[in-house]
Design a protein around this ligand. Structure first.
Ligand SMILES: [Zn+2]
Ligand SMILES: [Zn+2]
Length: 228
């Protein structure tokens, strides 16, 4: 089952130029079984898109949220809540995990949006020898036993495929996932029409609700897929 985990709609996400109707109609042109609407901070965009897609098109939308945290952006699934801007990252990961939801570190090294994680890694001495402008990094532990930092033990997956990452940002995200022994997922992060349907996540099992979606991500029965 192919699900694009990461999309935005206006007006819930102020940076988005796509209405829920436009997003759903465009997403249905690709071989997607469902999409997630993950507006910034707020859950109502996902709710409205879910209802609209079902009633108007018989298409499946799952509602999630993209939280902005001290670790960077985190996609949250399976919890029907809003998240304040600038939430404490490790705290949010724990909060969601303890309630059975799933968290995904979004576009961890992308030029736009990756800086908080980069700064956190530097603080932990996990990005050795790199200045803040040097985007290349080497994480210790790769090729050995995966290492999960205590602050990240409640994280469930890393978004490696994102509609707007370049090859080096993708490689770094893949390295991070491998280093931590976490599954990778894909999401287009669409804010405009041309970004819809670029990447998705293949789920090994069919999911029919946000709770099932979260359960499958938590179980790691997912892999990223590039669609175009
Ligand atoms: Zn983001
Ligand atoms: Zn986003």
């Amino acid at each position: 089952m192919l699900i694009d985990l990461h999309n935005h709609t206006k007006p819930c996400s102020q940076c988005a130029y796509l209405s829920a109707d436009e997003l759903v109609r465009e997403a249905m042109r690709y071989r997607l079984d469902a999409i997630c609407v993950t507006d910034h901070f707020l859950a109502w965009g996902g709710h409205e898109a879910r209802t609209l897609a079902r009633e108007r098109y018989g298409f499946t939308v799952f509602a999630g949220v993209e939280a902005t945290t001290t670790l960077g952006d985190v996609l949250v699934f399976g919890l029907d809540e809003n998240f304040a801007k600038g939430s404490d990252g490790p705290e949010l990961l724990r909060y969601v995990d303890e309630r059975g939801g799933a968290t995904v570190l979004a576009h961890p090294f992308r030029q736009g949006g990756g800086r908080p994680l980069w700064e956190w890694l530097q603080k932990q001495d996990l990005a050795p020898g790199a200045g803040t402008d040097d985007r290349r990094m080497t994480l210790p532990g790769l090729g050995r036993k995966p290492v999960l930092h205590p602050d990240l033990i409640h994280l469930h997956a890393v978004e490696t495929f994102n509609g707007e990452v370049n090859a080096s940002e993708l490689a770094q995200a893949e390295q991070l996932a491998a280093t931590m022994g976490l599954p990778s997922v894909g999401g287009s992060d669409a804010h405009v029409l041309r970004q819809v349907g670029r990447t998705a996540t293949e789920f090994a099992h069919r999911v029919e609700s946000e709770a099932e979606l979260a359960r499958e991500i938590r179980a790691g029965r997912v892999r990223p897929v590039r669609l175009r």
